[in-house]
Design a protein around this ligand. Structure first.
Ligand SMILES: NC(=O)c1ccc[n+]([C@@H]2O[C@H](COP(=O)([O-])OP(=O)(O)OC[C@H]3O[C@@H](n4cnc5c(N)ncnc54)[C@H](O)[C@@H]3O)[C@@H](O)[C@H]2O)c1
Ligand SMILES: O=C(O)[C@H](O)CO
Length: 354
């Protein structure tokens, strides 16, 4: 087992030992735990990604509940160790839980929580930012300016794509996909085509009502279509944003065959999970199609990019920051603490937790 790693301790005399593998924004989550008789231990090790051995050392001999991160591998080894340490609750500080083996948690009697909702708008806003940055070549133009290359206005300088009246395609029209669709429809009057396993009824109703509003005001109404296949979205849309969960059905959902059917000047955005795109195939596609642009928040082998991606001018890349607004990150931390309290510490029954 790895040597014990550095910890910051809050409320040392608390009855329940709760561990957080990372420091998280805000003070509310700390207050919630310490006000509810928890001894909170926050790992302060500077290592960005903790290994399974590091986390085993954090769990130790006694741990009632633990808050972990999406970069960690939560499987049988950690859940059985948590069970042996007397723990019954784990919360990921993320809505995505592809890093968590829920069956292993169930086998060990560990309740699992995630942090949906508080990051919906923030993540959708970042997807919208990536869409605009890619469509209007913002990063390329910024680099050109800073390099002192601007000699004056030119008709062909950094010509990109107009969004208004074009079609936005959303794959995975859940909370974030629907919020993104609304932003693009309301903000840029784009038409919608979406693909999801389930019907996005509220989104459809919104687009219908907004279309009627535009028409009543003498403007071109927006439209929506639920696609029968993902390929229909890829063929028809000018902008495609990916928002599904990552599981077996969405792994490499964007592959060479599907890239080939997309418009040559399409914009592809991914703020879901990296492995939803076959990133090596994407690099080849970007090389062969300089007018095809992508905006990526997530990568197949984080923190790394596949060879060649960093050299592509038609790619905008940011380091998994889609949920990084202060309000959202504090909300995620608060939800994670509540998950541990609500799932695990039965003695708090009846207490006001918020
Ligand atoms: N980049 C980031 O920082 C960031 C932030 C938040 C969430 N995410 C990712 O976004 C995902 C979505 O979050 P959400 O809150 O919108 O979740 P959600 O559950 O509300 O939406 C996911 C949608 O994907 C759909 N889906 C599942 N399998 C599909 C398939 N095979 N084809 C098409 N659609 C499919 C589901 O039906 C659902 O509507 C998370 O699971 C997470 O991985 C990333
Ligand atoms: O799934 C999530 O919540 C994100 O990737 C981080 O906010």
């Amino acid at each position: 087992m790895a040597k014990p790693i550095s910890m910051e301790v809050w409320n040392p005399s608390g009855k329940y030992r709760v561990v957080s593998t990372k420091s998280m924004p805000g003070a509310r989550w700390i207050r919630l735990l310490t006000d509810n008789d928890c001894r909170l231990e926050i790992c302060t090790d500077p290592k960005t990604i903790l290994s399974v051995d590091d986390i085993l050392a954090l769990i130790g001999d006694r741990c009632d509940g633990i808050i972990g991160q999406l970069t960690e591998d939560w499987g049988e080894v950690l859940f059985s160790a948590l069970k042996r340490a007397g723990g019954t609750a784990f919360s990921n500080m993320a809505v995505g839980y592809n890093n968590v083996d829920v069956e292993a948690a169930n086998r060990n009697g560990i309740a699992v929580g995630n942090t949906p909702g508080v990051l919906t708008e923030t993540t959708a806003e970042l997807a919208a930012s990536l869409t605009l940055s890619a469509a209007r070549r913002i990063v390329e133009a910024d680099q050109f300016m800073r390099a002192g290359l601007y000699e004056g206005w030119l008709p062909h300088l950094f010509v990109g794509n107009l969004l208004k009246g074009q079609t936005v395609g959303v794959i995975g029209a859940g909370r974030i996909g629907s919020a993104y669709a609304r932003m693009m429809i309301e903000g840029f009057k784009m038409n919608l085509i979406y693909y999801d396993l389930y019907q996005a009824t509220r989104l459809e109703k919104f687009v219908t009502a907004y279309g009627q509003f535009l028409k009543a005001n003498g403007e071109q109404p927006v439209t929506w279509k639920r696609a029968a296949t993902m390929e229909d979205v890829l063929r028809e849309a000018d902008v495609i944003s990916l928002h599904p969960v990552l599981d077996k059905t969405t792994y490499h959902l964007i592959n060479p065959e599907r890239l080939a059917i997309m418009k040559k000047e399409a914009v592809l955005v991914n703020a879901s999970r990296g492995p939803v795109i076959d990133e090596l195939a994407l690099v080849e596609h970007l090389k062969a199609n300089p007018m095809f642009r992508v905006g990526l928040d997530v990568f197949e082998d984080e923190p790394y990019m596949k060879p060649g991606l960093a050299d592509m001018k038609n790619a905008v890349v940011v380091p998994h920051i889609a949920s990084a607004s202060k309000w959202t990150r504090e909300g995620m931390a608060t939800l994670a603490a509540l998950n541990v309290l609500a799932c695990h510490l039965q003695s708090f029954r009846g207490q006001q937790l918020i």
